[in-house]
Ligand binder design. Structure first.
Ligand code: NDP
Ligand code: HSE
Length: 440
């Protein structure tokens, strides 16, 4: 059989990794795919920059549209990133009837509905395994492996950069900016690392996970998003004293009232496997009604782990070139005409437990006032930790763990607690998820 010609857009961290994997595993890949896969052409912006891969055996060009428009290329692999140029290139490739593989979660989360509709019309595939959790095959797992389940919830560490930073702060006492610089040097961070730090990258990925898990359209603008920028060493230490780890989680949960989609720092009991996922590793915990909890773990970023997913997608596409196009797995796991319109809950309607940290004047009655406010709002206290004020200090640190409640009640409680004379503003709040196996 003739080889399948593919075109790569971008030869940075992931593009370079993809060339390396396709080259070094070429024999095994062609045995798996049933066809030889040949990189015909690749594009980069800077033709002189040193790359992590060899630049031999294919044409290297500066104009990515030259790759997309090349008549011999059947599969376009978009590894540039961003939303604007990438969208134009991907839509043009689809218009030309070419299949697309991309690692670009921003593109899929924000423009996926439009891109999939165009792909459906043209009868081509858009594959995006590498867009979520790097080297973990999480999209395939949800779309295929767990297809018999009603998925109730999922929770994941889905940003390698953020997890790398939190691990370096906890284990090595590194400060935030030093850890971020390391993650950038290792190729984990986005071109603009605020996308990682502010939780936007995780929100992109959660959008995709929720859509494939629950059969809803991609709705990035409805994800509640908090980053890790507000965390400090004290949060990490206090969490440890209470038997918890702080992780930056993306959580999607089906409730009777709608779907929660949220990304924020979260306390997790340290005995949970997911609490022990460190460095660039990612993990996604999925609760299906039939299978119960399953945990999927692996490298969440980096050249070769991500290339592993990109190449798997290329192989899937190449395999599909010889099968009935109407029998392909749908982009969002559900048939496009079978997506449902479940409401997405506003943040005020989320349910969670909370860890509240406040500095209180060291005088009688303060804790009683705080407990009264929580009690009046029906918020039960799970545990209280009070640190003695240090010499010369007039305030004591109080940490309160609550049981699960609605976010609107905690917001009201915080407003009242911060209004007490004896409490310094602001009171810090971190959500707590026990992630047990109860399916709720
Ligand atoms: P890099 O910045 O390392 O590489 C981007 C590539 O695209 C480079 O070759 C760059 O060219 C080229 N490029 C950038 N802008 C333009 C432009 N305007 N016109 C033409 N070419 C351009 O990014 P990554 O490889 O890290 O990421 C690529 C994609 O993969 C992104 O969508 C990212 O979110 C995603 N991803 C990244 C992961 C990672 O671990 N890094 C993991 C999972 C997904 P040049 O080098 O010449 O500047
Ligand atoms: N910047 C992303 C991360 C790359 O750190 O997880 C992988 O998607």
């Amino acid at each position: 059989m003739t080889p399948v010609s593919i075109g790569l857009l971008g030869l940075g961290t992931v593009g370079g990794g993809t060339v390396n994997v396709l080259t070094r595993n070429a024999d095994e890949i062609s045995r798996r795919a049933g066809r030889e896969i040949r990189i015909a052409m690749a594009s980069t912006r800077d033709m002189t920059r040193e790359r992590i891969c060899e630049l031999e055996g294919f044409d290297l060009v500066q104009d990515p549209f030259a790759v997309v428009d090349h008549p011999d290329i059947e599969v376009i692999v978009e590894l540039i990133g961003g939303e604007t140029l990438a969208k134009d290139l991907v839509l043009r490739a689809i218009y030309h009837g070419k299949h697309v593989v991309t690692a670009n979660k921003a593109l899929i989360a924000v423009h996926g509905n439009e891109i999939f509709a165009a792909a459906q019309e043209q009868g081509v595939t858009v594959a995006f395994e590498a867009a979520v959790a790097g080297g973990i095959s999480i999209i395939k797992t949800i779309r295929e492996g767990l297809a018999g389940n009603r998925i109730e919830w999922l929770a994941g560490i889905i940003n390698g950069t953020g997890n790398y930073i939190l691990s370096a702060m906890r284990d090595d006492g590194k400060d935030f900016s030093e850890a971020l610089a390391e993650a950038q040097h290792l190729g984990y961070a986005e071109a603009d690392p605020t996308i990682d730090v502010e939780g936007i990258d995780a929100a992109h990925k959660l959008t995709i996970l929720a859509a494939t898990a629950f059969g809803i359209p991609l709705q990035f603008d409805k994800v509640y998003t908090e980053g890790i920028g507000g965390l400090d060493q004290a949060d990490i230490r206090y969490a440890e004293q209470l038997g918890y780890r702080i992780k930056h989680l993306g959580i999607a949960r089906r409730t009777d009232r709608g779907v929660e989609m949220r990304v924020h720092p979260t306390l997790i009991p340290e005995r949970r496997l997911i609490a022990n996922v460190e460095g660039v590793m990612n993990a996604v915990l999925i609760y299906g009604d039939a299978v119960g909890p399953t945990l999927h773990y692996g490298a969440g970023a980096g050249a070769h782990p991500t290339a592993s997913s990109v190449v798997a997608d290329i192989i899937d596409v190449v395999r599909a070139l010889t099968t009935d196009p109407n029998n392909r797995v749908p982009h969002l796991a559900f048939q496009p005409n079978a997506l449902t319109d479940l409401p997405i809950l506003a943040a005020e309607d989320f349910e969670s437990a909370y860890c509240l940290r406040m500095d209180a004047q060291d005088r009688p009655g303060v804790l009683a006032d705080v407990a009264r406010i929580l009690g009046e709002l029906n918020i039960s206290i799970e545990a209280i930790l009070q640190k003695e004020p240090r010499a010369q200090q007039k305030t004591a640190t109080v940490i309160i763990m609550t049981q699960r409640t609605r976010e609107r009640f905690i917001n009201r409680a915080l407003a009242q607690i911060e209004g007490l004379d004896a409490i310094n503003r602001p009171v810090k709040r971190i959500r707590v998820e026990h992630l047990d196996s109860s399916g709720t």
